[in-house]
Design a protein around this ligand. Structure first.
Ligand code: FNR
Length: 190
């Protein structure tokens, strides 16, 4: 079985993040051929291009963590109809210094949850636009806008509603197939 390494980024820095619960669920429901590591964003300073000439070790480590995986999964909340500032900051770090964009050839998928009825749709639209500019191949379909209702996902990432679990299982299965297709035509080290 060919395995693929997937790094996941949680757009939320909150301790009680519901998107962290969703991320745990996705890891549990994913096909066994996907091997996950979280790529944390919380220790990155605020980006400025003043750093480009001398990136701090924490930023190189962040870029290396992205380089070490075959694909990225963004699990993001919606804050004020867009992505949280911390996530945008992390993407800005990874996209630079100029000529060293970490997203080129990196298959990505976007998902998120909020208590609101549109389930992070606006944030995901915004994130897709950013990732498009960063030249990341994105899984266009399926989309996944998860409305978080109390108890839907436990702290440990167990989904209590079987139709939601099935939907998320299929989403991760499709992501697996998407990764396999992208790495077949755009090998990481080519
Ligand atoms: C929110 N929330 C929110 N929800 C939404 O559906 N659309 C939105 O635009 C916003 N805006 C927003 C702004 C800010 C600053 C906060 C703190 C929250 C509510 C949000 O969905 C809820 O707090 C979730 O719990 C956020 O996900 P995490 O951080 O718990 O993973």
């Amino acid at each position: 079985m060919t395995t693929h390494k997937v790094g996941y980024l949680n757009g939320s820095l909150a301790k009680a993040s519901i998107n962290r619960q969703l991320a745990r669920a996705l890891v549990k429901l994913a096909p066994p051929a996907l091997v996950f590591t979280e790529i944390p964003i919380k220790d990155l300073p605020l980006y400025s291009y003043d750093y480009d000439a001398d990136y701090p070790p924490v930023a190189w480590a962040f870029k290396q963590a992205i380089a070490d995986v075959d694909a990225l999964l963004f699990v993001t909340p919606e804050y004020n109809r867009s992505i949280p500032g911390g996530l945008k900051n992390a993407i800005d770090w990874a996209s630079r210094p100029w000529g060293k964009n970490s997203f080129t050839r990196k298959p990505c998928a976007v998902i998120g949850t909020s208590p609101g009825a549109i389930g992070t749709a606006m944030a995901q639209l915004s994130l897709r636009s950013v990732l498009g500019f960063c030249n990341a191949p994105q899984m266009n379909s399926p989309e996944a806008y998860i409305q978080f209702t109390p108890g839907l996902i436990t702290e440990d990432g167990d989904v209590t509603n079987e139709s939601t679990a099935e939907f998320l299982r299929n989403y991760m299965s499709d992501f697996h197939q998407f990764i396999a297709r992208v790495v077949a035509v755009l090998p990481r080290d080519a």
